[in-house]
Design a protein around this ligand. Structure first.
Ligand SMILES: [Zn+2]
Length: 198
């Protein structure tokens, strides 16, 4: 069995209750085919670890505006409230920008991280539940450095053109997302994967 360790956080004004369990259950359903599951800290039904910040995160941050909250501010706060790592941080927060249910912040995104060298982590929009429930696993795949076949970003392709794939850019109404072997492989080699049991 392979477990993917995730540590769940929420800002003080987040409605994390809306989507957290739906996303965890959907991810575990899709992962079970590959002998994988999420290992969630704190274990449900405990609440996420609280981050004493409020208001929206700006991703990308506005040019020349150093005050608006950046993803890295949330990540730094997560390290303060939970100094011992428990896997990849998954942070529920308000988003300034519309149109996305979640975001993976990649290590090379120096502006988002204010030049701190954080490993990849995930932000989840607190007030939306995306229609295919695939948001958390989708963002974890980005954070696992999954390389798709379109949407070039730097030296990688972020998404799959296959409209059934969990790595399509957006949910497709009535089409459940499919996880393929190549996705499981990317997760298996991520920094938050761990083999347990015999
Ligand atoms: Zn994506």
């Amino acid at each position: 069995m392979i477990v993917l360790d995730i540590a769940v956080f929420a800002t003080a004004d987040s409605n994390w209750q809306l989507a957290l369990d739906e996303y965890i259950n959907a991810a575990n359903y899709n992962l079970s085919t590959f002998g994988m599951r999420l290992n969630v800290y704190p274990p449900r039904p405990s609440e996420p670890v609280g981050i004493p910040l409020v208001g929206p995160v700006y991703d990308p941050p506005p040019d020349y505006d150093f005050i608006s909250m950046r993803p890295g501010d949330l990540r730094s706060a997560a390290a303060l409230v939970l100094p011992q790592p428990h896997g990849i941080p998954v942070i529920f927060t308000k988003f300034h920008q519309t149109g996305r249910a979640g975001a993976a912040i990649l290590r090379e995104d120096r502006a988002a991280n204010r030049n701190v060298d954080w490993l990849n982590y995930v932000l989840i929009r607190e007030n939306s539940l995306n229609s295919d429930r695939g948001c958390l696993l989708h963002e974890l795949l980005h954070a696992a450095d999954y390389n798709g076949d379109f949407d070039r970003f730097g030296n990688r392709f972020l998404h799959d053109s296959d409209p059934k794939s969990i790595m399509r850019p957006n949910p497709v109404n009535g089409v459940p997302p499919v996880v393929y072997q190549r996705h499981a492989q990317a997760l298996h080699t991520s920094y938050f994967a761990r083999t347990v049991g015999p």
